[in-house]
Design a protein around this ligand. Sequence first.
Ligand code: ADP
Ligand code: MG
Length: 219
Amino acid sequence: MTSIGSPELSKMFDAIAAAIAADKDRLCQLDGVIGDADHGIAMELGFNAARDAVAGLDLAATDPTALLNTAAKSFLNAVGASSGPLYATAFMRGAAAVKGKTKLGADDAIAMFQAMAQGIKDRGKAELGEKTMVDAWQPAAEAAGAARAAGKSLADSLAVALAAAERGAEATKDMIAAKGRSSRLGERSLGHVDPGAASAVTVIGAMAQSLNSAIPGKV
Ligand code: ADP
Ligand code: MG
């Protein structure tokens, strides 16, 4: 395989849902410290719904844009927490970024990834340093774009993105929450990783692994 079509994107949703399910308890614990302890539940509900909705599509007759819009809608419907509209917007923006394509190459996959990050940022109106998932997604998207522009393969670009997301999530420990539920804690949010940034690392890691197996090696 040298490109990413709807079957590969469906596998990507399988991979994300499995990774989030395995991480659910940790994400709830992190949210229990500075939020309301439901982040793992919300993410699992959302990605299970997205996975199931996508699995129900006729993949031969569904292009990546329609698939990603289906994922967005089902995620939004399944999740009442603030992560619902954030990830729904991410997938809608990813859908728009690959409009008209039936197969995605490495550049398209990077464009989709960057559009997802921008969608989260636009929907949440959060800037870097406000202790949200944006602190993982934005550096990841920037790193992926820079690596690809420098001629790196998709696999290498996503590996760099994952490392940037990990650093960004870790850095949220030193931030005071300025958006969302945990902003009510003010300085008491210091010293704790933001749950949404932590789950972003899990999502990005699963995406990287899954997309790398669709476009392996040096492309
Ligand atoms: P809720 O706070 O409604 O319970 P979740 O627990 O599912 O929702 O998600 C909490 C996460 O959502 C936070 O850790 C943070 O990363 C993210 N978040 C909250 N508000 C925003 C925002 N305005 N912009 C970006 N991310 C946000
Ligand atoms: Mg919560």
